[in-house]
Design a protein. Sequence first.
Lengths: 185, 378
Amino acid sequence: MIVKRNELTWFERLYLPALVGGLKVTARHFFNNITGKTKVTQQYPEEPTKVLPGYRGAPYLVRDQDGATKCVSCQLCEFICPPKAIRMTPPGAAGQPADRPNAEKMPKEFEINMLRCIFCGLCQEVCPEEAIFLKSDFSLTGLARGEMVYNKEKLLALGGTHGGVQKWKHKLEEAKEQETFPVKV
Amino acid sequence: MAWLDSLTPQAQFAFFTMLKIACVLGPLLTLVAYAVLAERKVSALIQDRVGPNRVSLPLIGGIPVIGPFLTKLGFWHPLVDGVKSFIKEDFTPAHVRKIYFWLAPAIALVPAFLVIAVIPFGSTLGSQKMVIADLNVGILYTFGIVSLGVYGIVLAGYAANSKFPFLGGIRSSAQMISYELAMGMSVVPVFLVVGDLNLSKIIEHQAHNGWNVFPLFGGGFSLQTLLLVPCGMLSFTIFFVAAFAETNRLPFDLPESESELVGGYHTEYSSMKFGMFFIGEYANMFAGAAMMTTLFFGGWTLPFFGLDQAADSVWKGLLHIGIFMAKMFAFMGIFIWVRWMLPRFRYDQLMDLGWRRLIPLALANIILTAAVLALTDR
């Protein structure tokens, strides 16, 4: 392709129209900026970032409405975790039972290494108990590598409560009603 | 003030000169620091950014409204920049020519300050004229000193003993010498009109006969003032362009060219040695702005409210200094504004503009002005 280059007129060759044009552009940007018309970079630490629903932040463990640990130590999340960031210690045969009735067990220790975590959300997806969720935290900091391994206590504290179906509790209630069913009549 | 009167006139002169030097140099260095801040902030605003807004001082930052506002303005950045410049490692590369390497920043810095000496920055305060050295060869001295400024840069380019600084030094020698010619010739019409080289006399003339850039402004209407308008405008335009080239500002920053020559002549410099080049550059800008104000824009005068007469009270004297500063700041603003307007010239375009456009134009302007002055009477 041949670009046609027009001869500049004598007026254009004075540089003046280009000068004035340039001054106009820069002045416009300047005044738009000081009057606040220009959208400038968000000043992050001073202006907190809005996190939209569905954002995949750090994975935390949650408690149910009654404040009990929802995790039943099935280890599915540990198995699926692509970077192997989750390490779970099951209670074992003589371990502490779950802190709610009817649930079989809860993990003795549950660690997520936030330095390894890739925030993929597979643990949340695979969890049959709705016990682990990717929350909205995105700026995790620590002064040492050890600090970045979050243990069960910390994960539960950060995760807060998550409502929803309490299936072990309902099963227990159902079983109780089964026992009392004929007497009712 | 009895002890002052007991001094000999020579000692009094020396005392007041020293005092004036201190009173000019201190604020000038502060202004240089804040010119750097203004440059950064205005550049940011032009480029749709926020600019420096981090530094906050412990006590002042705690004052409601004012503290955060000053922080947002970046008011304390010059302070921190200065401290940083001093405490950074002052690295001297092994391959440099040491003596010249150490000498160059000083040579770049000194002429910029020396130029300020002859500029009348106000009328009078008490019995003292507000100019450090009221030389009768004022402008010749200025051009002499300004032409020394190139040595600092050339020497820095040579001393660094590596490719990029060397190229920067070579470019600056060619550029600054070319534009000095145009600059010198562009002010000849001013001296034809005024008939004196003393800068105080030039301001006095402008107070009576209108600003040199536009003699109808303050000069009253006559055939001669009307005909001198294009001469003054042309003269100022050439001086203005040459001033950009002399101070290595965009679009004439070929000696520095950070995008192609890394940093040009100051590539190898760090810490306060680099800081001295920086201060020199901005002091040069102030000197250029002050020269333009004095030569073309009536210096400390304004043609209203009797402000074109020498001050008879301290307040009026201070007001005159204020007027001078305001004009100077306006030019500094234009310096910064223009920076983001034009891309850098190519080397041949630079030479073409200097030698084939500005110098012939300046020569023609001299003849034109001489003809106007010869053929018309005031």
